[in-house]
Design a binder for this molecule. Structure first.
Ligand code: AMP
Ligand code: GLY
Length: 425
């Protein structure tokens, strides 16, 4: 099979690594990719926003499947345009990607199908949003409706914070994404990431993980795209997975089909597990980053077989098997992240650090005058497997400490919740 992978982060490096291991693969292209992905694929320059150009490339190179990593192109309708040109795609249509592209759309779907989620209101103007927030009081959560690169959510512990977040949305801080605002009840519990592969009709559970969104140890400081993750998430017991499928995923699949937008691709449910059970915080319509990295380390099966089954509506006939080991990934970020990261510092020692159950995925790197340099906020994902989360954690940090990159930083406590559970046993 000839495959084109779209994207350039650590998620896409992990996907490329796993796709490259498939006996079905004859050629892998990646656009735009990164130096790590370049070890697995031929990198090509394509304007991803120009869907006709991508379709021409696919025709010319006889691409059998396009795998779309990030949400941006999906929300912009790349899957629709490629399918219209006769090209097979792993990923949802534009209409189905609204599950990520519009928080209000998802909340309305939850309301209609009785899917457990935070109580909410949708607002298109500041005055009515303010009135609702003042009535509900803090803590309360303010969300820009559209895609805001993970920055459109404020968990406000005080009324003043909540009102400031509303002002920021309506004064254009998030561009069009903030023109509409969702205000939500503050949920408590333990967060988990839950993944399903979908083909429009069937949803196949595809692993669990926990992410660490705050930049600092002890879960403090500003939100990031994710500073590390591990899989499986202990809070996602078989019973909790069953409930999530029944109460959240299956009604969503049904609802999307009834709206004429059947969901295919990967459905990523961000969950809050409370005493009452699972509640949906949000959907993403792509793999998590860095959650994908730990899932790929644990997946025993051929990823390409599963992606094909999703694209062809054949998931009812498949299953996914996982290694018993845990996997854990630590993100190394460039100083300044999640604000303005410093770019261009040289990274050394990756070959010496990897191996022995450790993979180092590139998230934001470039080659400059022959040297590997930092080229983004999140730069490397140091990923390890182990018999326990604790063991995977030790291996990941041992590898990370061999990397020579003084301008990078990481959290030192990735996996703390699971390790504390293991130690309490
Ligand atoms: P999101 O971008 O929707 O995943 O939100 C980012 C983070 O904000 C989530 O991972 C949660 O930690 C937090 N969050 C979002 N919505 C809520 C909520 N209703 N209650 C509590 N925390 C929330
Ligand atoms: N790590 C969270 C996300 O990919 O949205």
């Amino acid at each position: 099979m000839r495959v084109l992978l779209i994207g350039s982060g650590g998620r896409e490096h992990a996907l490329a690594w796993k796709i490259a291991a498939s006996p079905l693969l004859t050629k892998l292209y990646a656009a735009p990719g990164n130096p790590g992905i370049g070890q697995e694929a031929e990198l090509v320059t394509l304007d991803i926003a120009d869907h006709a150009m991508v379709a021409r490339f696919c025709a010319e190179k006889k691409i059998d499947l396009v795998v779309v990593g990030p949400e941006g192109p999906l929300v912009a309708g790349i899957a629709d345009d490629l399918r219209a040109a006769g090209i097979r795609v792993f990923g949802p249509s534009k209409a189905a990607a609204r599950l990520e592209g519009s928080k209000g759309f998802t909340k309305d779907l939850c309301a209609k199908y009785d899917i457990p989620t935070a109580a909410y209101g949708r607002f298109g103007d500041l005055a009515s949003a303010r009135a609702y927030v003042e009535k509900m009081g803090a803590p309360i959560v303010i969300k820009a409706d559209g895609l805001a690169a993970g920055k459109g959510v404020t968990v406000a512990m005080t009324l003043a914070e909540a009102l400031a977040a509303l002002d920021a949305c309506f004064d254009g801080s998030f561009g069009q994404a903030g023109a509409e605002v969702v205000v939500e009840e503050f949920l408590t519990g333990e967060e988990a990431s839950f993944f399903c592969l979908c083909d429009g009709a069937t949803a196949l559970p595809f692993g669990t993980a926990q992410d660490h969104k705050r930049v600092g140890d002890g879960d403090i400081g500003p939100n990031t795209g994710g500073m590390g993750a591990y899989s499986p998430a202990p809070v996602m017991t078989p019973e909790m997975i069953d409930r999530t499928m029944r109460e959240i995923i299956e009604p969503t699949m049904r609802g999307m089909a009834e709206r004429g937008a059947p969901f295919s691709g990967v459905l990523f449910a961000g969950l809050m597990i409370s005493g009452e059970g699972p509640k949906l915080i949000e959907y993403n319509t792509r793999f998590g980053d860095p959650e994908c990295q730990v899932l790929m380390m644990r997946l025993k099966d051929d990823l390409l077989v599963l992606l094909n089954a999703s694209a062809d509506g054949q998931l009812a006939h498949t299953s996914a098997r996982w290694r018993d080991e845990a996997a854990l990934t630590v993100v190394m970020a460039a100083r300044g992240y999640p604000g303005t990261p410093e770019k261009g510092s040289v990274i050394r020692g990756l070959e010496e650090a990897a191996g022995d159950g450790v993979e180092i995925f590139h998230a934001g790197t470039a080659i400059n005058s022959g040297a590997l340099v930092a080229n983004g906020g999140r730069v490397l994902d140091v990923t390890a497997v182990g018999g326990t989360v604790g063991e995977a954690q030790r291996r990941a940090y041992a590898a990370l400490d061999r990397i020579d990159w003084p301008q990078g930083f990481c959290r030192r406590d990735i996996g703390w919740q699971a390790v504390a559970r293991e130690q309490a046993r």
